[in-house]
Design a protein around this ligand. Sequence first.
Ligand SMILES: *[C@@H]1O[C@H](CO)[C@@H](O)[C@H](O)[C@H]1NC(C)=O
Ligand SMILES: *[C@@H]1O[C@H](CO)[C@@H](O)[C@H](O)[C@H]1NC(C)=O
Ligand SMILES: *[C@@H]1O[C@H](CO)[C@@H](O)[C@H](O)[C@H]1NC(C)=O
Ligand SMILES: *[C@@H]1O[C@H](CO)[C@@H](O)[C@H](O)[C@H]1NC(C)=O
Ligand SMILES: *[C@@H]1O[C@H](CO)[C@@H](O)[C@H](O)[C@H]1NC(C)=O
Ligand SMILES: *[C@@H]1O[C@H](CO)[C@@H](O)[C@H](O)[C@H]1NC(C)=O
Length: 747
Amino acid sequence: MKLLRLAPPCSQPLLLFITVSLMFTFSSSSYNVTYDKKSLIIDGHRKLIISAAIHYPRSVPAMWPGVVQLAKEGGADAIETYVFWNGHELSPDNYYFGGRYDLVKFCKIVQQAGMYLILRIGPFVAAEWNFGGVPVWLHYVPGTVFRTDSEPFKHHMQKFMTYIVNLMKQERLFGSQGGPIILAQVENEYGFYENAYGEGGKRYASWAAKMALSQNTGVPWIMCEQFDAPDPVIDTCNSFYCDQFKPINPNKPKIWTENWPGWFKTFGSRDPHRPPEDVAFSVARFFQKGGSLHNYYMYHGGTNFGRTAGGPFITTSYDYDAPIDEYGLARLPKWGHLKELHRAIKLSEHALLNSESTLVSLGHLQEADVYEDASGSCAAFISNMDDKSDKVVEFRNRSYTVPAWSVSILPDCKNVVFNTAKVSSATSEVEMVSSGLQPSPISLVKDLKTQWGVFTEHAGIWGNADLSHNGFVDHINTTKDTTDYLWYTTSFQVNEKEDFLTNGSNAYLLVESKGHALHAFINQKLQASGSGNGTVPPFKFRRPISVKAGMNEIALLSMTVGLQNAGSFYEWIGAGPTSVKIEGLKNGTIDLSSSTWTSKIGLQGEHLRIYKADGIQNVNWTSTSEPPKLQPLTWYKAVIDAPPGNEPVGLDMIHMGKGLAWLNGEEIGRYWPRKSSEHEECVQHCDYRGKFSPNKCSTGCGEPTQRWYHVPRSWFKPSGNVLVIFEEKGGDPTKIRLARRTQKRMS
Ligand SMILES: *[C@@H]1O[C@H](CO)[C@@H](O)[C@H](O)[C@H]1NC(C)=O
Ligand SMILES: *[C@@H]1O[C@H](CO)[C@@H](O)[C@H](O)[C@H]1NC(C)=O
Ligand SMILES: *[C@@H]1O[C@H](CO)[C@@H](O)[C@H](O)[C@H]1NC(C)=O
Ligand SMILES: *[C@@H]1O[C@H](CO)[C@@H](O)[C@H](O)[C@H]1NC(C)=O
Ligand SMILES: *[C@@H]1O[C@H](CO)[C@@H](O)[C@H](O)[C@H]1NC(C)=O
Ligand SMILES: *[C@@H]1O[C@H](CO)[C@@H](O)[C@H](O)[C@H]1NC(C)=O
């Protein structure tokens, strides 16, 4: 590191940066990872680490090398990921590590990039991921209570933890074996919930730490937001700001496991943005106040493919307004601004890690922290926490203008090489450029229109019913999350003497449900839909319906939209209807709540796997170039060509209702162009100054939360791609578009 100080920091930034990067490229010889109160100590050297969270199943193997490399170019030394238990242990002892779940391949890509890896095994992860990452089957192992002193939970948790650790050891991936892993995490943000579990919670937290330590990985363990983490486990911080964080034990380094550079979205919400100036401010403040390891959660958020989104209502996109966008492109200027920040911090590394800070007050809300080490190297961070006014401060006989809510970094205690509020990096214009679906030559008919295959589901029980029950069974207990969909059907009599109006009757349907969404069909016709909103699953509605004299069939299609992923006892929260009534008939209200309801789990098309190559022939698709519009419960398929070029691709579903989509059998995920309320607050220009909260800088009021759905390029063949859509309530498939995500750089 001495080399670095020979040249003045400003003169040759590029060369210096390359030197820094090379120093973090390690050989495959084994090294020790320990720590002291300043930082992690790797092979005897204190290290300052910038880490970038990238979750392997939220992108695809073909994207991994690119996003990892882009994180490295952005100045990251480490990649951080959770391990997604429910993606790996599909049923007890039945493990899966293929495709997007090829954890070892991901780790090796990080290793080949010459980066470190932080493995947050959990195995509970929250993460806006279905059921918080815990397999749904575990909820049905008798006697299991998640995340407390529950024998079956601990048994399966330890078994999985051990399995992953052994896999990593086998592949020589721990630092102690020459691999990239320098840290591992057990549990996740348990401190917030521990009290809710009483003494069992305390015993569990302590057990989890001991169990992790007994794995002998040769690298330290962390527990984030764990206020009683036992020695030698390091407790770490997750927040928008962690400058004030202090580990419970003063001999532990100050680690920030989750700095949220944006936020996630739920269907029906606005689009949150965190300004790059504020992200940079928070990071600079953290290092100013003695932090030594910082991780962006997320650096690349990616996509909740298939039904992996947590919830309820988390969108399929997990873009997170992160420095690398959902599609794998650098988000500018955020990515570039943070890259410059990282360079400035690295220029200060030696002084930061080898001296104690001296605090110098420079005004009411202005202060400098000065790090001067024995060798004479000196770095200073000057901050102005005033959220309105820029300030001129005197520091070491020079004056510095420090913009409001910003930090200036002086790696030589004289020259400002970076200020968090001055964004000078390139910006870009990103566009989704749409084109109609390009029919594959093999699917063309005379009129050159796309030839569609159409298959319509019966509204209600298909095949044999799964169960009949007086009153409502819980939705999740019944599907066990093998599908989003559960039918509840029954029938009711209407008197001949009712007044039947031309457009129906005076009847109303009243539904109350624990969530998450529901479509009501009467006599095969869609009559009403309802859903929870925000993160509140329960809902009720009262809608006019048409009924006929005599027997009427009612079929409710109840849906989950991602299972709860956090909270105490979250696995016990149910879903599905609780009360159904018909009102407004002359004969009075008919309460169907305790009628005999017959149920069917899932859709026929799901059961027959008609979205997969091996199942697509299982139904007779009606072939047409004019597919029905606004028709509920309809499967559509089209054979299309890949869009030209190599830009990332998004499926434009703005003219569709709600459902699921696949390409070549790969799960694109849930689509639902549900709009956010236009009455919420959105901003034209975001004022970066002052404390950030998720709703501070939103856009997209009154617009669909998610219009485009990422379809990874690697899923396309040049020609003959099969797109399959299941539409629940009705849309216009002829208006589905594929859009290329184009990025024009500007300076
Ligand atoms: C790791 O550190 C310990 C304690 O400092 C030391 O005894 C051991 O030799 C080191 N191992 C390696 C591989 O450097
Ligand atoms: C600042 O100026 C004063 C007076 O000229 C001088 O005594 C002091 O050493 C200077 N401080 C620094 C840090 O240069
Ligand atoms: C109407 O109400 C009467 C009296 O409660 C009952 O006997 C009859 O079965 C009801 N008819 C229908 C169609 O619900
Ligand atoms: C959610 O639904 C409730 C009741 O229908 C409504 O009052 C509230 O405004 C909705 N919230 C949002 C964020 O749409
Ligand atoms: C699901 O079933 C279990 C076991 O029968 C029961 O304890 C639990 O209360 C049910 N959950 C809901 C939400 O009904
Ligand atoms: C498709 O239609 C053919 C001819 O009508 C019939 O024999 C076959 O059983 C049908 N297949 C399915 C899966 O419904």
